[in-house]
Design a protein around this ligand. Structure first.
Ligand SMILES: *Cc1c(COP(=O)(O)O)cnc(C)c1O
Length: 645
């Protein structure tokens, strides 16, 4: 007997003794998959940032956040790593340079950054600056973005692609910018725009450079599949393109038409879809060139994906190709079509936004507290306890690998019976509370067994979610990760410290808003998506910082003021020989600022409070000291951060 019982005990002791390592954390949070080459984990168990990839300079994120707090910056905080932005631009250009060399392509690459992806001034200015040596340009999709692009782009030879809906003023402003030495290309997206363009160039007597946006029949994939196809919102179909050519010819402007543009949507997860679109677009390009237009550019739009879950698959949060494959395919497809038709190789343009801007920013927020299923010691069964309690006790004590599924159903049934018994007055509150504790204890034991199985039975699939701890965090999903709420986008989220400690809890994340949608309960996983995230036990009064990664594209500008949580503090961090340097500090919104968006003035609010306080003083419901304190706190809050301190 002795032999048989000691062995399993020994083995289970061994399992418990195995210490958690940073390699375990790397694997769990998949940081090498999505974070390469910028993010990793150091020996201290902290996330590190190497903004220049493997070319030196490494910043400990946890230390950085503590340093920034010393400088009076507050959580949540958005960190923008300028060197990552520079690295992304260099990489994209290097990939195209390599592809052009490999295929002996007789043309060049001139990328543009779509301003809509992140319009923050410091970021766009840095980007233009880093892009100078590559003649990297900008793309505007609206009038306000055109104004940004015109004033910011000062790189002779770089392109300024003008997309979006246009009126005469938009078109005239863009055409006039040619006189500043800029290269604005006005992309005709609607048939009516061709008349605007002809009129504007007559008014100004300046010849424009024009493009057409083609609606492709090739479908996109995933969330933005409908951005392409015959019924897409933007672009011209075949007969409309022919009509543009006729109109330009009649106006003697056909040689102004130099660019073909298409865009099949963002985050294209499959390279096959990109190739199909390239093939179709190349043929349209050839036809345009043959019709007498002076075709010099082909603009392949956005769509270059980001691997949010690090799985390298065509799952929507991933992509089954890398930047180099993308560049190879763009160059190869266009080269082939042009060579076959004896047409000069055009300048290649891409409008890659997500792929350039996602990696550079990291949002750090702190956990405020947690709530979960309380774990209580179960006191032993007493003589004469209610039958339902005795039943549950028995179920609880017999849970094992062979019967856990059945035990779960039994326990659930007993709990439900207890609820009815309570409703009919047959159980008192203490008895019902005891039932609940026993039930959660049973679920906890069952869950531990479930986690060790290779296969989770359907009926137990939700158990992990039901048992998850809620981590209440100091941020707003609507302000800082709106796509997580709006379109279920996945972002890698993980603690930025304690990574040499096993994360023994399973949690979901709740934000500060009083909206039940203000939560994150979908997390990246190797297979599909997981509903809980492994996190560390939370100790009150000890900081626990989480990072949300790869959110640099779209999130900042799509973020809204739900519950009036405003912009977070943001800083630009630059790698320096001594570590890092804080370049720009952009203070988040104050309450006065967010209140002004909804038309409340600081003075008006204060005056109203003063009057109410005066009334209360007259009615003697408040003391002079309390009145002073109230007004003081009110006024102080107005200039404060909208998040919790
Ligand atoms: C949004 C958009 C882009 C950027 O797409 P990404 O997938 O972020 O690279 C490029 N071009 C046009 C026309 C767009 O609308």
């Amino acid at each position: 007997m002795g032999q048989e019982t000691t062995l399993p005990v020994l083995v289970s002791n061994l399992i418990e003794l195995k210490t958690w390592t940073i390699q375990d954390s790397e694997e769990l949070y998949r940081i090498n998959g999505w974070g390469e080459p910028y993010f990793s984990i150091n020996e201290a168990g902290h996330v590190t940032v190497s903004p220049k990839g493997d070319r030196g300079g490494c910043i400990d994120l946890f230390d950085l956040v503590n340093d920034l707090k010393q400088r009076n910056l507050r959580l949540p905080i958005l960190l923008r790593f300028s060197d990552i932005l520079a690295d992304r631009i260099e990489r994209l250009n290097a990939c195209f340079a390599k592809a052009i060399a490999r295929y002996n392509y007789n043309g060049v690459y001139r990328g543009v950054y779509p301003v809509k992806v992140n319009q923050q001034r410091q970021l766009v200015e840095e980007l233009v600056n880093y892009g100078k040596s590559f003649l990297f340009g900008l793309e505007a999709g609206s009038k306000p973005e055109l104004l940004i692009a015109l004033a910011t782009l000062k790189t002779p030879g770089a392109l300024l692609i003008c997309n979006g809906y246009k009126d005469l003023e938009y078109v005239e402003t863009a055409i006039l910018a040619r006189r500043l030495g800029q290269t604005p290309i006005i992309v005709i997206e609607q048939l009516e725009e061709v008349d605007l363009v002809i009129q504007a160039s007559r008014n100004l007597n300046i010849q424009p450079i024009l493009g057409v946006r083609a609606k492709l029949s090739s479908k996109g994939i995933g969330r933005w599949a409908d951005s392409a196809g015959d019924r897409a919102k933007f672009g011209l179909n075949r007969w409309e393109i022919l009509e543009v050519i006729e109109k330009l010819k009649a106006a003697n402007l056909l040689d102004s038409l130099q660019l073909l543009h298409f865009h099949i949507g963002s985050q294209i997860s499959s390279i096959g879809v990109i190739k199909d679109a390239l093939r179709e677009a190349s043929q349209i390009f050839v036809q345009l060139a043959k019709s007498g237009a002076d075709m010099k550019y082909i603009d392949v739009g956005g769509g270059l994906g980001v691997d949010y879950d690090g799985s390298k698959t065509n799952f929507y949060a991933s992509k089954n190709y890398n930047m180099q494959n993308y560049a190879y395919d763009v160059v190869a497809e266009i080269k082939e079509a042009c060579a076959e038709n004896n047409i000069a190789a055009p300048t290649l343009v891409s409008e890659s936004g997500r792929a350039i801007a996602s990696h550079q920013s990291v949002l750090i927020f702190d956990v405020l507290n947690v709530s979960g299923i309380p774990s209580h010691d179960i006191s032993p069964l007493q003589e004469g306890e209610h039958l339902i309690i005795r039943n549950l006790f028995e179920t609880l004590e017999q849970i094992n690998v062979d019967n856990y599924q059945e035990a779960y159903h039994d326990a659930t049934q007993f709990k439900e019976e207890a609820v009815s018994l309570f409703s009919f007055g047959y159980l008192n509150l203490a008895q019902r509370a005891r039932v609940e504790r026993l039930y959660w204890e049973a679920c906890d034991r069952i869950l531990k067994i479930v986690r060790q199985q290779n296969y989770v039975p359907d009926d137990l699939e939700d158990l992990e979610k039901i048992m998850a701890t809620t981590y209440y965090c100091n941020f707003s999903v609507f302000q800082s990760a709106p796509d997580s709420w709006a379109i279920d986008q996945l972002f890698p989220i993980m603690p930025i410290h304690r990574l040499n400690e096993e994360p023994t809890c399973r949690g979901t994340i709740a934000d500060l808003t009083c909206d039940s949608d203000g939560k994150i309960d979908k997390f990246i996983d190797l297979r599909d998506v997981k509903s809980v995230l492994e996190l560390h036990p939370f100790h009150p009064h000890q900081p626990y910082f989480l990072g949300l990664f790869l959110g640099g594209a779209y999130q900042e500008i799509l973020g809204d003021l739900h519950n009036l949580f405003g912009d977070t503090d943001a800083v630009h961090i630059h790698v320096s020989p001594n570590g890092y340097q804080v370049e720009h500090v952009i203070k988040g919104d104050t309450m006065t600022e967010v209140l002004a968006y909804v038309q409340y003035s600081r003075d008006g609010l204060l005056e109203s409070m003063r009057r109410e306080t005066e009334k209360a003083l007259q009615a003697k419901t408040i003391t002079l000291e309390e009145a002073r304190l109230l007004l003081q706190k009110y006024e102080h809050s107005l200039s404060g951060y909208t998040y919790l301190s």
